[in-house]
Design a protein around this ligand. Structure first.
Ligand code: SF4
Length: 372
């Protein structure tokens, strides 16, 4: 074994009815993994399609005209997604985030939101339903989503400079339309709205302070995210990461900041407040300071694969189990079993893992498939 190798137990994958456990058990409202992390958040990718071709996520060279997106019958139906959500809630999930691709491209999304809004935790509380979007259709959809029961939205926005923004989304989409969509969503009551900016060295770092200035004093919370090595198509390298401490340093020179305590234990974003009281920003240091220790997120891909880490190479095929005719009890047992066996901590082990994956030729799943 070389120093770079990481020895982890080989996970078991559930792919067909033959993998179902012989005995079922009832959800208890809480299930924890091998590192005592509870299952608390569920991210559901509702489509693998997007109208943008952001260079760090769905670059045109890979996701071009000939790229084979999923056929309709491959996607989970809203009923199937709701079934998974209901069982997850029985296991302790209290937050559901809808992602994509671009989730607003999925037709009838409001109906799905309404189905989720009817779910209740074991002690009778409604769940938090959030959505991550590129914002391009927000102005049209915000009110209907709010009426259906959506709680809040997070908008991905990587630059305020129209030229840079059009270049980064690579479909020439103007930034003014996104800013308008954010305002409409705010007026509809989908707040507090978070704005996520992925910072990539050489691409948009010059926009960091301008973004901070623009959103300072508004009801929106701007968050800077380190460029991550998700998937295998975005050409990630460590040199392209702008560490969060550098981001804070740049802003602090012009707009003095103080760090503030997290809202709750395990919050992925570290919070900083403007000293003059004009609001706060956040940094998500997914590369330089991993938050695997408290990671409580499961992800369901558009075609019903359950992933227990954003950097996974393989998922559990819950669509095959559901379409094969498994009962709710069986599904609940499998989902609990998957979580109990979870060992993921990719970010903690990043350098060693990256070397191992490259050497083995294995591919990580793409963010557009599983959601960020
Ligand atoms: S690397 Fe995996 S386990 Fe660690 S925080 Fe990210 S999703 Fe969670």
């Amino acid at each position: 074994m070389t120093g770079a190798e990481v020895q982890e137990p080989v996970p078991r994958f559930y792919r067909s009815l033959a993998d179902l456990p012989a005995v079922t058990d009832e959800p208890t409202g809480r299930v924890t993994d091998t590192m005592n992390r509870p299952l608390h958040d569920l991210r559901i990718s509702v489509t693998d399609r997007c109208n943008f071709r952001c260079v760090y996520c769905m670059p045109k060279e890979v996701f071009g005209k000939d790229f084979a997106f999923m056929e309709r019958d491959e996607l989970l139906s809203f009923e199937e997604m709701t079934r998974l959500a209901r069982i997850s809630v029985a296991h302790g999930v209290e937050k559901i985030r809808l992602t994509g691709g671009e989730p607003l491209l999925r037709k009838g999304l409001e109906e799905f939101v309404a189905m989720l809004a009817a779910l209740r935790t074991p002690d009778g509380r409604p769940i938090d339903i959030a959505l991550t979007t590129n914002g391009s259709a927000l102005a049209v959809k915000a009110q209907a989503l709010k009426d259906a029961g959506l709680t809040r939205v997070t908008v991905s926005l990587d630059s305020l400079d129209d030229t840079t923004f059009r270049m980064m989304n690579d479909v020439n989409f103007p930034v003014a339309k996104i800013l308008h969509g954010i305002d409409v969503a705010h007026e509809a009551g989908l707040g507090p709205i978070k704005i996520n900016m992925v910072v990539k060295r050489g691409q948009n770092e010059h926009d960091i302070v301008a973004m901070a200035r623009h959103f300072q004093g508004t009801p929106y919370i701007l968050r800077f995210i380190e460029f991550m090595d998700v998937g295998s198509s975005n050409g990630w390298e460590m040199g392209a990461v702008v560490p969060s401490r550098e981001v804070i340093g740049l802003i602090n020179v012009e707009l003095p900041l103080d760090e503030v305590a997290p809202n709750y234990d395990g919050e992925t974003s570290r919070r900083w407040r403007y000293r003059d009281g004009s609001g706060e920003i956040g940094v998500i240091s997914s590369v330089t300071q991993s938050f695997c220790r408290s990671c409580s997120r499961a992800r369901v891909s558009t075609d019903g694969k359950l992933f227990t880490c954003l950097f996974a190479t393989e998922g559990h095929d819950l669509r095959a189990l559901m379409r094969g005719g498994c009962t709710d009890e069986q599904l609940a047992t499998v989902m609990a079993q998957i979580w109990r066996e979870r060992t993921d901590r990719y970010s903690q082990l990043r350098s060693a893992k990256t070397i191992q994956l490259r050497a083995s030729g294995m591919k990580k799943i793409e963010m557009s498939y599983i959601g960020g």
